[in-house]
Design a protein around this ligand. Structure first.
Ligand code: MG
Length: 392
């Protein structure tokens, strides 16, 4: 069995005796994978986990070492794996050629075993440090979730994927309600602790490996939900809203809750056919009552325009319906119906936009989510405001 803590080295040589020498030298310190040909080496390089280092012979039948390294450098998954040539070719020209192709080192046979061992050790230490830095580069130091840099990268990739495959993509922007007042009253150290707890709660609320929660900056967070339609995105947003308020972090200076709460702006790019879009939009425009989704505790009030607060009677009814639903299905969270009732309005609202997606970019998606967050805050905070952008 391969020891997980050991670095993995792929040794490539067509001659058994050469493999044996290197195996005897390295087997106690590393997890070794052996390949007898260039073709085998390429195949093993694509394994998960990939090797941390490749020791590569130059002269091999069919595919030689120089060709192998060229192919490794062409492939995204293998181009960063360091390669050390181990070869009998000992001319300066050969060494120069090997290094020019991207090898990190060039060892000529016959070699001194302790020196080879040290050189391999040094290269692997560099690999380890590089991996740590890479990890840290995408981590927010305070909250220990993904940072803005990672968020930007993932959003860009997921947006392209959604456009290419005509799948749904949902994006949420999250703001901690009255966080300035929290910091002013409790101090920045407590503020940092609260952000850490909020980040963990958000992270726990996302269930699928492809979902991402990141700290966007200050007290703003963001979630990316690939292959998620509008209704499901609102359900996830509601789960995150409840996850945060259920932390019961006291907030004396919030005018919407006794505890720290969040507001969420959601936008979904939908891959629906145009005809369905029109029908559902019309249906929703005339529907001024509360709609309970059968699958979960979702309730949505469609609103005709962002600046129009829903009719209080309808809103109260909705709050009641949501309360009942929460009481019936979520007895373990008795504080939630109270929270919603206190505001007298639903915490979830949706609106549909009919936008042609020609030229639409992930930056515009971000702007839309940010605008929705602003609306959610304007409507009283501790709530969700969502829109759909339908592909035409
Ligand atoms: Mg050979």
């Amino acid at each position: 069995m391969v020891n997980k803590s050991k670095a993995r080295i792929l040794i490539v040589d067509d001659e058994k005796i050469n493999l044996r020498i290197l195996v005897d030298l390295l087997k106690d310190d590393y997890a070794l994978v052996l390949a007898r040909s260039g073709e085998q080496a390429l195949r093993f390089s694509l394994q998960n986990p990939p090797p941390d280092l490749i020791l590569l012979d130059v002269i091999m039948p069919d595919m030689g070492g120089y060709e192998v390294i060229k192919k490794l450098k062409e492939h995204d998954l293998t181009k960063d794996i360091p390669v050390i040539f181990v070869t009998a070719l000992d001319s300066v020209e050969d060494e120069e050629h090997g290094l020019k192709l991207g090898a990190v080192d060039y060892i000529t046979k016959p070699f001194s075993p302790p020196i080879v061992k040290m050189r391999i050790h040094n290269h692997l230490r560099f690999v380890h440090q590089h991996k740590l830095l890479d990890k840290l580069a995408y981590l927010d130091a305070l909250t220990e979730i993904s940072n803005r840099r990672r968020f930007d990268q993932v959003l860009k990739n997921e947006f392209s994927r959604a456009m290419r495959n005509s799948t749904n993509l949902s994006l949420g922007m999250i703001d901690v309600d009255f966080f300035k007042q929290y910091n002013d009253h409790y101090g920045h150290a407590m503020g940092d602790q609260a952000l850490h707890r909020i980040a963990s709660a958000l992270d726990d609320a996302l269930k699928r490996p492809a979902d991402l929660v990141a700290r966007y900056g200050g007290e703003e967070f963001a979630i990316i939900l690939p292959e998620t339609d509008s209704d499901s995105a609102i359900q996830v947003a509601e789960r995150t809203r409840i996850a945060v308020i259920s932390q019961q972090i006291p907030h004396l200076h919030s005018s919407v809750s006794d505890y720290v709460s969040i507001s969420i702006g959601i936008v979904t790019v939908c891959a629906l056919p145009v005809n369905n879009t029109e029908n559902s939009y019309e249906a929703d425009k005339t529907n001024n009552s509360c709609k309970i989704d059968e699958m979960d505790n979702l309730s949505a009030i469609p609103v005709p325009s962002p600046d129009k607060i829903p009719n209080p009677t309808t809103a109260e009814n909705c709050a009641g319906e949501i309360s009942n639903l929460h009481t019936n299905t979520k007895p373990e969270r008795p504080n939630v119906p109270e929270t919603i009732k206190n505001f007298g309005t639903s915490t979830k609202e949706t609106q549909k936009n009919k936008i042609t997606l020609g030229g639409y970019t992930h930056e515009l998606l971000l702007e839309e989510a940010d605008r929705n967050l602003y609306i959610a805050k304007q409507k009283g905070r501790n709530r969700i405001f969502a829109t759909r952008i339908e592909k035409q």
